[in-house]
Ligand binder design. Structure first.
Ligand code: FAD
Length: 283
């Protein structure tokens, strides 16, 4: 089977700097890692490859330095790494990112064989939107299985897949058809260490570098800032709350007296809340 895993290189810490004029992320000087959620997707892909045979291709869109993350993915055991890099991609929002990645995945299909499964992480730790996976699925017309916690079974001949999916208040067991796109949840497995052979192979392996043209992208107006309708109006760090939590002991008061006291205090601070609750109660 052929599995494609989309991984994103993200800043390693909360020290993300934002350009004061363009409101875009400035990556220079910030240590980077593979987005942690994507490692769960990668490990799941490697397990499927180990169980069913085939290949795992890792794909990232990013600046030339994103090559480091791809090489790291090769040390874990991925078979092929593709870096989609082009100045036309700079400033991409989720719409432009999912467009470029979907075009590259289509090209991967033509070049190396159509993927049975495309994996993404649930979300990134920097952009945090969780939109890119579903965006790719929509553009490639793939069945999308989001928030997957477990791949229960795969039948390659029947082209069927069963997964567990985290949903509000429980787990859904979904039954779908291949090919599909899976966004993988955190905590579902643990990334392997990778063998010495993999490390040596990773050091020698070429990283395939594709420009927009190499990926078959003709419409550059859908890429980068030009293809990004999202406008970031302001980026700021939230101010720390001035109010401090207060610890109250029930030693010399009964719980009911204490609750009464607290309710009076809350209503004194938020008079509108008392009216709202009175209105709800009378409705
Ligand atoms: C107006 C605007 C301008 C921006 N400009 C910049 C900029 O100049 N530079 C910049 O770095 N960011 C920029 N961003 C952020 C950028 O849009 C997001 O990082 C990107 O679209 C991915 O969204 P996300 O991080 O929320 O991914 P999510 O949707 O949270 O990611 C889900 C999954 O999709 C996959 N994925 C996401 N991104 C990639 C990728 N690049 N390659 C491979 N797989 C991926 C991963 O598997 C990930 O786990 C900008 C955002 C906006 C709104």
């Amino acid at each position: 089977m052929h599995v494609v895993v989309c991984i994103k290189q993200v800043p390693d810490s909360a020290q993300i700097r934002v350009h004061p004029v363009t409101n875009t992320i400035m990556r220079q000087g910030v240590p980077t890692i593979i987005n942690p959620y994507d490692l769960f997707a990668l490990e799941e892909a490697l397990r499927l490859r180990d169980a069913h045979g085939g290949e795992v291709t890792v794909l990232t869109m990013g600046p030339p330095m994103a090559e480091d993350s791809l090489r790291k993915a090769l040390t874990y055991g991925a078979d092929r790494a593709i870096l989609l890099t082009d100045r036309h991609f700079a400033g991409s929002d989720t719409l432009a990112t999912s467009f470029a990645l979907s075009q590259a995945i289509a090209k991967i299909g033509e070049t190396f064989g159509a993927p049975d499964i495309v994996f993404t992480g649930k979300q990134t730790i920097d952009g945090d939107t969780a939109q890119v996976g579903p965006g790719i699925a929509k553009r490639l017309d793939l069945l999308q299985l989001t928030y997957v916690s477990k791949i229960a079974s795969i039948d390659l001949e029947a082209r069927e897949i069963k997964v567990d999916r985290r949903s509000e208040g429980g787990t859904q067991m979904l039954h779908g058809r291949l090919p599909c796109l899976i966004t993988m949840l955190e905590g579902t497995n643990e990334i392997r260490r990778g063998s010495l052979d993999d490390a040596l192979r990773a050091a020698r392996s070429p990283i395939v570098k594709w420009s927009a043209a190499d990926a078959g992208i003709e419409d550059l107006s859908k890429c980068g800032l030009r293809g990004s309708p999202t406008v970031v109006k302001r980026v700021f760090a939230p101010t720390a709350r001035v109010e401090k939590a207060e610890q109250i002991t029930t030693a010399d008061k009964g719980l009911i007296d204490l609750a009464d006291e607290l309710i009076v205090e809350i209503f004194a601070r938020q008079p509108a809340l008392e009216q709202e609750l009175a209105f709800d109660a009378s409705a």
